[in-house]
Design a protein around this ligand. Structure first.
Ligand SMILES: [Zn+2]
Length: 464
């Protein structure tokens, strides 16, 4: 149920309960509200109880709260928490060091090699870079029946040559990519170091991942590779990517992106008049597409569409030889996304036929649709152990979970039904994907502690 509706229902139940209570004590609702004294206060509290119980949505089963409580009492976890807090400045230093190594889309190699070295220095002896460019570091478990991955992405949205030097203004760190997602990489290092120093062994294998291609045209290529046939076999996936402690991303917002290009011979606007015109076809395609897409997206799961880039043509008196648009479509629902795909294909095809039909000379136009982005959507049940643990593990930090939908590396495992969450990098930050991105380390260590707690809860604590 939608959060807003759920809360509405809860408040309605509480209100009815208050009315019934006031009837029972033969007093008015207003009187009951105004009555003083412990007895009547207790009545009010009882009336509000359903709100308190149900407002925490979705519920966390007692077994997972118990597991987290037990872990928090465990000496190893206590020591690791203390160490993570003590190493706060090292986490920040690692964050700065890695931020200043640029990692443009498709060119993450230099940062990847440095990150691999840092993982080795953090005590993991099995570290390698796979054929896609992902950095993988395996920490064997005592049983090794499952593999739990902890991921942050190496790449940034910034092109090669961007000034990535860090500027400090007060305590605030300014640099492109500092929070998204270099902070996540630094958190992985601190977690690996503290597991080594406290000698924490997990039952399951833990795979630390520095992934490539999370942003933009990278199109999740790193994580797609990891969950392909060629991947290492991952049973549970935890990404650290953006956002504050408390946000747990369990739903994937899917998107399809296309570059549509109409091709024709091109020619003089007067001398070659009558040739099929790619721009005219593109205009018709946009018209057909937006008209059909508008009516389709008015109801049903939330779905969006956008023509974001149009290009082509040489001069006002030339019939262009090509006309290009880039289209982005997103939906909460895989079925709606597929339907949008069909709507676009049909709109383009109809525009092509129409333009070719009215041409007076020359060859037909052709069209190519290149898929430049494909991120699947999906949603996991909040009853999955990983998600239950992700919620339960927030309680010691005084945070109530909000289960969100986003477009992150977790899209891939979520779409495959593999348990996955994306959790926050903590602290405070903003202006992600812009040159004045910033991060302020306000109790940032808590997000590191949280990530460790969740990792250990999911992978199980083994005997040292
Ligand atoms: Zn990110």
């Amino acid at each position: 149920m939608d959060n807003g509706i759920a809360h509405g229902v809860i408040y309605l139940i509480s209100f009815i309960f208050l009315i019934l209570t006031s009837q029972y004590f033969k007093t008015s609702f207003i009187n009951l509200m105004q009555m003083k004294g412990i007895f009547h206060c207790s009545l009010l509290l009882i009336a509000l109880l359903p709100t308190c119980l149900l407002a925490q949505e979705p519920p966390v089963a007692a077994a997972y709260n118990d597991q987290i409580d037990q872990l928090l009492q465990h000496p190893a976890v206590k020591q690791a928490f203390a160490l993570i807090e003590a190493q706060d400045s090292i986490t920040v230093a690692d964050n700065i060091l890695l931020t200043e190594i640029e990692a443009p889309p498709f060119k993450e190699m230099v940062r990847a090699e440095k990150f691999a070295d840092m993982l080795r220095a953090a005590g993991i002896d099995s570290v390698w870079i796979d054929s896609e460019g992902n950095v993988l570091a395996l920490r064997k478990g005592t049983e090794g029946k499952r593999t739990v991955a902890l991921d942050a992405h190496l790449d940034t949205v910034f092109p090669e040559g961007t000034d990535v030097s860090v500027q400090m203004r007060g305590d605030t760190i300014y640099a492109p990519g500092v929070g998204d997602d270099t902070r996540g990489l630094a958190m992985l290092l601190t977690i690996a170091r503290s597991m080594r120093d406290i000698r924490i062994r997990t039952k399951d294998d833990v795979l630390f991942v520095g992934s490539v291609g999370e942003e933009g045209l990278g199109d999740l290529r790193g994580v797609k590779h990891l969950f392909s046939e060629a991947g290492p076999g991952i049973d549970a996936w935890i990404s650290i990517d953006g956002g504050s402690l408390g946000r747990v991303n369990t739903k994937a917002l899917g998107s399809h992106r296309y570059r549509v290009t109409f091709h024709g011979p091109g020619g003089h606007s007067w001398g070659a008049f009558g040739l099929a015109n790619p721009h005219h076809a593109l205009g018709a395609a946009i018209h057909n597409f937006t008209k059909a897409a508008d009516s389709f997206t008015k109801s049903g799961p939330r779905t969006s569409y956008n023509v974001g880039v149009i290009s082509g043509g040489t001069s006002v008196n030339s019939i262009p030889f090509e006309s290009i648009m880039e289209v982005d479509m997103r939906s909460e629902s895989p079925a709606s996304l597929l339907k949008m795909d069909t709507i676009l294909q049909q709109a383009v095809q109809e525009a092509l036929e129409e333009q070719n039909g009215i041409r007076r000379r020359g060859p037909e136009l052709t069209v190519t649709l290149d898929r430049i982005g494909d991120r699947p959507s999906g949603e996991l049940s909040s009853e999955l152990p990983l998600i239950q643990r992700a919620m339960a593990a927030l309680q010691p930090f005084g945070e109530s979970p909000s289960l969100t939908r986003g477009s992150t590396n977790s899209n891939i495992p979520i779409s495959l039904g593999i348990p996955a969450v994306t959790i926050g990098r903590g602290g405070d930050g903003g202006n992600a994907h812009s040159l004045d991105e910033w991060y302020l380390n306000v109790e940032g260590y808590k997000a590191v502690q949280y990530a460790l707690l969740l990792l250990v809860a999911e992978a199980g604590l083994g005997q040292e």
